[in-house]
Design a protein around this ligand. Structure first.
Ligand SMILES: Cc1cc2nc3c(=O)[nH]c(=O)nc-3n(C[C@H](O)[C@H](O)[C@H](O)COP(=O)(O)OP(=O)(O)OC[C@H]3O[C@@H](n4cnc5c(N)ncnc54)[C@H](O)[C@@H]3O)c2cc1C
Length: 488
């Protein structure tokens, strides 16, 4: 009998645990530990943030589902890992602290044979002074409750515009090293759409602020896409979206402080600047969850499992080297910890070997570069191959030293639909595919990616597709009939 503990019930963790439950007999245990009692389809939070969806349309309760499927759910957060056992345990174990189920504050030591760390990002508003909805001045769309709050705040600005008052709206990235530019881009376009359809665009001064070197970098060094028969850089594709809507943009900006009505940022020349706002949504820096690790003797071995940013060490090449020497092969294939091979980290939880975009440093020593994105599709694909590999090892078809299923971001493509406004007849989205996600200059020397599979197309059909995907992915996550046939 094998015991698999999955930390996290987001896109990666939920994918791993549901496939494992489907493929493994009941004699094997699947345990999910997650502090959030709900599964949320994060991409649709954008629509919650503009009032087009209610929060309850993007989430569902995990416990009843898991109970039905035979997955043991613990509403708790992992705090430390003991990969060699110890403290009276023969087997490795993970220490967890409950936050719900009537046991808040209680701790438990959960033994495992395989551990899947799919803890995603911690939203580090604290890394930028004055940022965030709790202790700061800005809103967020990173979770359904944040997005509902963002909509409440946006309505206040809309009301003021309806009364004839001009509003400065700033949307973008709230830290020099933050990622998730796609979400910020999507939100600024949706906010514009909502303002415009109310006939208020003349009263809104909308600015997109980003740490990207060029807009359209999307934390993957930009891309050349086939668009309308032409090879177009995503810079031009993105700028044309902004220009058509009279959205201004500030690029190469490292936001370091937010006051009640002012955002402070440093640019690549090392100048310190500020911009006024009435409504601001800025994405924070991400980190891992700060889980510690200890050996059998109780010695701290956290660096063996985690990088200083809290993300997990996996089968990547972490050797420090200049941008010009970065290679596709630096990227992990099986997201497996090299020291403790029964530990995996799919999704945002793994530590990338380096950024994808070229880093730049200001004369003041601030590095301004987006962290690499690990979006929904690769997170789901990694979650699935981790489940396949664990299944194969349990069934004796593979060993932990020779895993068969691979999912390197430098060998897989991703499809992304950037919503540019909700509406069945007047909606709009930009559908983009890139292959591979991380450029492979050896294989594709000209553009770093295959032009056959890297393309983009704006239009109403994209909105329908994004809307359909909301229902399709929730159908899959809820385990409705034939869920496993749907792609990640
Ligand atoms: C607003 C927004 C819009 C987006 N839109 C898109 C899009 O259109 N397309 C796309 O492909 N991607 C999109 N993304 C990115 C996508 O949401 C992420 O790539 C994806 O959620 C990552 O999956 P994950 O499982 O790694 O992390 P998550 O989905 O964040 O899941 C992490 C899980 O770990 C749990 N957890 C946290 N700490 C602990 C702990 N200590 N112990 C145990 N569990 C823990 C959390 O509660 C959660 O259940 C968007 C992101 C945002 C913020």
């Amino acid at each position: 009998m094998a015991k698999i503990v999955v930390l996290g019930a987001g896109i990666a963790g939920h994918t791993t645990s549901t496939y494992l439950r489907k493929w493994l007999g009941k004699k094997h245990e699947v345990i999910v530990v997650s502090p959030n009692s709900k599964y949320q389809w994060v991409p649709s939070n954008i629509w919650v943030g503009v009032g087009r969806m209610k929060p309850e349309e993007v989430y569902f309760d995990l416990e009843p589902k898991y109970k039905k499927w035979g997955i043991d759910f613990k509403q708790a957060k992992a705090t430390s890992i003991y990969p060699e056992g110890g403290s009276g345990h023969e087997k490795p174990f993970v220490k967890i602290e409950y936050v719900g189920q009537g046991k808040a504050g209680e701790t438990e030591e959960v033994e495992y044979d395989f551990l899947v760390n799919a803890t995603g990002p911690q939203l580090r508003f604290d890394k930028t002074e004055g940022l965030g909805p709790q202790n700061g001045n800005t809103v967020s769309v990173c979770s359904f409750d944040h997005a509902a709050h963002a909509w409440a705040e946006l309505q206040k600005s809309i009301k003021k515009m309806e009364a004839g008052e001009k509003q400065d709206i700033v949307i973008g990235i709230g830290h020099p090293g933050a990622t998730c530019q796609g979400a910020a881009f999507e939100y600024v376009l949706n906010v514009y759409h909502e303002i415009d359809r109310r006939g208020l665009s003349d009263l809104a001064n909308i600015t997109y602020i980003t740490n990207e070197y060029e807009v359209g970098d999307f934390a993957m060094g930009g891309a050349y896409i086939k668009y309308g028969g032409y090879i177009t850089p995503t810079k031009v594709f993105t700028e044309s979206f902004f220009a058509e809507r009279e959205i201004l943009w500030i690029k190469r900006a490292g936001v370091y402080k937010v006051e009640k009505d002012k955002i402070h940022y440093e640019n690549l020349k090392g100048e310190y600047k500020e911009i006024h706002y009435d409504f601001a949504m800025l994405i924070p820096a991400f980190s891992g969850p700060g889980i510690k690790a200890f050996d059998k003797q109780g010695e701290d071995i956290t660096p063996k499992l985690f990088k200083p940013n809290g993300f997990m060490v996996v089968d990547a090449d972490y050797t420090k080297k200049p941008y010009e020497e970065w290679k596709a092969s630096d990227w992990p294939e099986v997201v497996q910890n090299p020291d403790y091979k029964n530990i995996f980290a799919p999704g945002i939880a793994f530590a990338p070997p380096h950024t994808i975009s070229k880093p730049f440093t200001t004369p003041n020593g601030t590095t301004i570069v987006p962290a690499p994105p690990r979006t929904g599709m690769p997170s789901g694909v990694m979650g699935k191959i981790v489940a396949q590999n664990i299944r194969d090892v349990i069934k004796g078809k593979a060993t932990l030293d020779k895993l068969k299923h691979k999912a390197s971001m430098a060998k897989m493509g991703a499809a992304c639909i950037v919503s540019a406004g909700y509406g069945m007849t007047n909606g709009m989205a930009a559908t983009m595919t890139v292959f591979p996600i991380v450029q492979n200059w050896e294989k594709y020397p000209e553009f770093g990616r295959s032009l056959t599979y890297t393309m983009g197309e704006p239009g109403l059909a994209g909105h329908w597709l994004k809307w359909f995907m909301h229902y399709m992915f929730l159908h899959k996550a809820k385990g409705y009939p034939f869920w496993w046939l749907l792609p990640e």
